[in-house]
Write a protein of this length. Structure first.
Length: 137
């Protein structure tokens, strides 16, 4: 069985943990106004009060989570198969896209540890996939 590269494992760990940590201060949640990751995803996907043009980037950002999940499933299901060459680039693009929330927040101080771990998970995954070791014969 092929071993999962450490950088990939770290990225998944950061990603998974980020869903349960606060990502944004200010929100109507059970956590005293601090929005956790899984609820932030729901807000990004389901904010139908905004016009469509204002929802596109948040929805695309939310969809980057599928990239992380699908890549994770493929690493487990097909451990000997290398990801296609476009996958590290997709994670790099997802990192840039997900940085949108730092601009949209108005104040970086409103963003919490969960957001930074989530954003970092995409960057770590991109780097880990770009630096993948060469396969040996």
């Amino acid at each position: 069985m092929k071993r999962i590269p450490p950088g990939v494992a770290i990225a998944w760990f950061l990603f998974a943990v980020s869903w349960f940590l606060p990502v944004y201060e200010g929100g109507d949640t059970l956590l005293d106004g601090v929005l956790p990751g899984f609820q932030a995803f729901d807000v990004a996907v389901g904010d139908y009060e905004q016009p469509l043009a204002q929802r596109i980037v948040p929805m695309l950002s939310a969809l980057t989570n599928l990239l992380m999940w699908v890549t994770g499933i493929l690493f487990v299901a097909l451990p000997k198969k290398q990801p296609p060459a476009w996958v590290p680039w997709a994670f790099a693009a997802a990192t840039v896209l997900n940085a949108f929330w730092a601009l949209a927040a108005g104040s970086v101080g409103e963003l919490r540890i969960g957001y930074w771990l989530w954003l970092g998970s995409f960057a770590v995954m991109a780097v880990a996939l770009f630096l993948k070791p060469e396969r040996k014969g």
